[in-house]
Ligand binder design. Structure first.
Ligand code: B3K
Ligand code: ZN
Length: 884
């Protein structure tokens, strides 16, 4: 048995890409499955244009039992297996290589390859292959540009493994001797190995018949363990909506007779788009009102759609190599965002996406882990499933889609799917197809894919009363990132409007515009140099510019608005997103007022505008809830040169206190009561909006009258019809350190002891205790019998929620939080490197901490880096942290 040694960890570089010397046209796999050991037989039909290159196959932790070439067993001297590579002599174009290996599912705590989910007596077997898990199952050229058709036979004990599933269409099943049975699946669509999957065990199902637009009958089947199958109905509805939407929006249909979806509690990420057999973290598949919040319902809908959309953007057209990961992920996130916007509210969806980008991607792009959407090199590819590749990647697709317009983008996507169907493509292929279908050269956008860091866009305006012109000067600058000291200008589309002082949009006429659109009040200008000016004509008075509308490019806008100008946009813009954006900028300026203790102009303007909006009964309640929420602590910390997370936390609390006082205790109470009177379990937009606003109002009350808020919260907790209201109330009690919190937590624990997803929330909510005390609580929770390092959801619910969502509680000045996390990372790394590496990124931003915390954080990271035997995953993260 041999594994690649982690110590060496060579760098893989985009520039070193070579097409595979050997291809596999067809794979026949046969599995003899059991909990402790499984045997895997593989027949690979090999092809090589020239067979002068040695045949090399990837394989990790495989016990080789037999090997034969073209029907002849291979003697020892004809093959070598070392450092994760099996080299075989004598293969020719058309050869068939047969191997038989043994793997150990129950011992696989990394949850990559074939593993056991749940207890050994009752759990089930499943696989996770992306990115490089297939090599933990059998020998294969485990790279995305080797596409093969798969025939898979599964054999196992019928009683222990009544359900046998693999990707593709079913192709027979039957009985075997000794109580065993078999099932075969054939996938006619050539696919890369990372899309292979199997599932075996005791699972229940729900089914639905679906007919595609062109009349193909598809059986949709969702599988889960017995205690969860009743919570799969919402996912089934979402799947059907997603399938229909992809037919209508992109003309893409499903292409097999059956589509399986399986839920597991043991999964390293959200879900996986395996061809015909999607596997989901239960968190993104199960939903019921008693144990899921409204946010979780939306997440289920989004992730179900995301994985389904991969069937075209990822599976039918896949990636040539892992550097192109955003080709499938950025594009699929974008498609999923469009879908979610269509199913729900476009403005709220955009707010959610931009908030996520700022919370997760901007800090990544500004820290030691910054990398381009298409990285140039990696040591461990699993470390590159990042907010940059996913969320920034989606923003790049959005920019390009905006450039082409709705019809042009569709035309381009049709061209892309048709031209590259059944192939492994690159980002150049993508931009090439989109551009060619529209007669536009999109090559300038490639620079966005290659350059890390968030550009800063500075805007200044000048009004010339005599000429009635308004000159807008835009300039861009991107700070150096690790390994990229010099940055070049990127094409930045800036969607803009000009408002007069009464809050009306002005018609736009740009000087020198070849084809002005008569009466248009919104348009896009593209800044593609370091600095550029745009002159608007016939402007009647000093306007208020509204810039980057809809967040038309993933940049940081720096504009010296007067507070009353932002307040005007917050009050008058008809577009919900732009209004929210003006409010966020104004809130950030209000935060500056509090921090500097100089002036209250922005603070007053923000509070005044929100007070007025609070009393505007026509305003959508969900939007109001978002407007009443200032930027988060992570985002506010980005405004500081040296970050003291406790100070940022305190200032943000003060900000909310000012707002609550301005709106007034009485008004808040009245609104709360009016909303509480409508409490229901309904999932429609209005009911969700009411719950969202109710939660926000309760949180604001808690800022100025904790005692009163806790009374309301305990009532809300006791009477909550569903999880959204229950968890919101519990959160207020816990964060407020209310005396009633203990009893509520005990009650919650008892009530949901058998529901792992609800128990995750029980762990998470307690990580939000304020200040110093939280570390003791986290320690206590770690010893709770329900805690285990082996379950990624549980680890993220406790350690992840604490280290990421409670900056004040994690960043203790004495470094106790850092040391404690470092110790946990060591333990976790020995079990599950993917999860430890992701958790390790919680240290991101340490270089910008104030000196005392910075030194403590550095010491903890350095001690981690010195530990022996770190995985390649965590090793790469801590090394980058220290280097950056
Ligand atoms: N493609 C998977 C993620 C795989 C992560 C591997 N470490 C889920 C998704 O993005 O749809
Ligand atoms: Zn994806």
């Amino acid at each position: 048995m041999t594994t690649r040694s982690d110590a060496s960890s060579p760098l893989i570089r985009l520039d070193d890409y070579r097409a595979p010397a050997w291809r596999v046209a067809k794979v026949e796999l046969a599995f003899d499955l059991d909990i402790d050991a499984a045997e895997v037989s593989a027949r690979l039909h090999l092809h090589a244009p020239t067979d002068d290159q040695p045949l090399r196959l990837d394989g990790e932790n495989l016990e080789l039992l037999a090997i034969a070439l073209d029907g002849q067993p291979l003697p020892e001297g004809r093959w070598r297996y070392a450092d994760g590579v099996l080299e075989v002599d004598g293969a020719r174009d058309g050869s068939v290589l047969e191997t038989r290996v043994r793997v150990k599912p129950a011992a696989n705590t990394a949850l990559e390859g074939l593993y056991l989910s749940g207890p050994r007596e009752s759990g089930f077997l499943l696989t996770q292959c992306e990115a490089e898990g297939f090599r933990h199952i059998t020998f294969f050229p485990d790279r995305p540009d080797v596409l093969a058709s798969y025939t898979v036979t599964l054999r196992a004990d019928r009683e222990r493994f009544p359900v046998l599933l693999a990707g593709g269409d079913p192709d027979g099943h039957g009985e075997l001797e000794g109580g065993r049975h078999w099932a075969r699946f054939v996938d006619p669509h050539p696919k890369p190995s990372y899309l292979f999957a199997l599932v075996a065990g005791r699972l229940q199902k729900i089914e639905r018949d679906y007919v595609t637009g062109s009349g193909r009958a598809v059986k949709l089947v969702i599988w889960a363990e017995a205690d969860a199958i009743d919570r799969c109905g919402y996912a089934m509805d979402a799947l059907e909506r997603a399938m229909r939407w992809d037919e209508q929006a992109y003309g893409r249909e499903y292409d097999l007779g059956v589509f399986h979806v399986v839920a597991t509690h043991d999964f390293n990420m959200g879900a996986m788009e395996n061809k015909g057999l999607n596997i989901f973290n239960a968190k993104y598949l199960l939903a019921d009102p008693d144990s899921s919040t409204d946010e979780e319902y939306r997440a289920v809908e989004a992730v179900v759609a995301h994985e389904y959309f991969h069937n075209w953007s990822g599976n039918r057209v896949t990636c040539r190599d892992w550097f192109q990961l955003s080709l499938k992920e950025g594009l699929t996130v974008f498609r999923e965002q469009q879908f979610s916007a269509d199913m729900n509210s476009p403005a709220l969806k955009r707010i959610e996406d931009v908030a996520l980008l700022r919370r997760a991607q901007f800090p990544e792009d500004a820290g030691p882990l910054a990398h381009p959407v298409r990285p140039a090199q990696y040591s461990e590819i699993n470390n590159f499933y990042t907010a940059t590749v996913y969320e920034k990647g989606a923003e790049l697709v959005r920019m390009i889609a905006g450039h082409l317009g709705r019809e042009g983008f569709r035309r381009g996507m049709d061209r892309y799917f048709e031209r590259h169907d059944g192939h492994a493509a690159t980002l150049e292929d993508f931009l090439g197809a989109l551009g060619e279908a529209n007669g536009i050269d999109l090559a300038p956008y490639l620079a966005w894919y290659a350059q890390a860091g968030t550009p800063r866009l500075a805007a200044r305006g000048h009004y010339d009363a005599a000429r009635r012109t308004y000159t807008l000067t835009l300039a861009q600058h991107t700070a150096p990132t690790p390994g990229q000291p010099d940055k070049r200008p990127l094409p930045i589309p800036v969607k803009l409007a000009l408002f007069d002082r009464a809050g009306h949009r002005l018609p736009l006429r740009v000087a020198g515009d070849a084809a002005p659109e008569a009466g248009a009040t919104e348009r896009v200008v593209v800044l593609d140099r370091a600095e550029q000016s745009f002159v608007f004509e016939d402007v009647p008075g000093v306007p208020v510019p509204s810039l980057l509308r809809g967040f038309s490019a993933p940049v940081i806008l720096e504009c010296d608005y007067a507070p009353d100008e932002l307040a005007l946009l917050l009050r008058h813009d008809a577009d919900g997103f732009n209004r929210w954006e003006a409010g966020q900028q104004l809130a950030a300026r209000a935060y500056d007022n509090l921090r500097d203790g100089v002036g209250t102009e922005a603070l007053d303007a923000w509070c005044d505008a929100l007070e007025a909006l609070f009393n505007d009964t026509a305003l959508d309640e969900a939007l109001l809830a978002d407007l009443l929420t200032p930027p988060g602590e992570i985002e506010l910390a980005e405004r500081e040169r040296q970050v003291d997370p406790s100070h940022v936390h305190a200032l943000r609390q003060q900000l909310q206190e000012h707002l609550a006082l301005r709106i007034g205790r009485e008004s808040l109470q009245q609104r709360y009561e009016a909303l509480a009177a409508h409490t229901s379990l309904a999932l429609d937009a209005a009911a969700q909006a009411q719950r969202r606003l109710k939660r926000r109002v309760l949180e604001l009350i808690a800022r100025i009258d904790p005692w009163g808020a806790h009374q309301l919260a305990i009532l809300q907790y006791d009477n909550a019809p569903g999880m959204t209201d229950r968890l919101a109330a519990l959160g207020v009690l816990v964060r407020g350190n209310a005396p009633q919190a203990r009893a509520a937590l005990l009650h919650f624990r008892e009530r949901y002891a058998d529901n792992p997803l609800a128990m995750d929330k029980w762990f998470s909510v307690q990580t939000q205790l304020p200040g110093e005390v939280v570390l003791d609580r986290v320690r206590e929770l770690e010893n709770d019998p329900a805690f285990t390092l082996k379950n990624p959801n549980r680890v993220n619910a406790l350690f992840g929620a604490w280290a990421r969502n409670n900056p004040d509680g994690f960043h203790r000045p004495d470094g106790s939080g850092y040391q404690w996390l470092a110790e946990r990372l060591r333990l976790l790394d020995a079990l599950n490197p993917q999860v430890s590496a992701r958790l390790g990124t919680a240290f991101n931003g340490w270089q910008r901490l104030e000196p005392v915390r910075r030194a403590a954080a550095r010491a903890a990271i350095a001690s981690l880096a010195e530990s022996s035997g770190l995985s390649r995953n965590l090793g790469e993260i801590v090394q980058s942290m220290l280097r950056g």
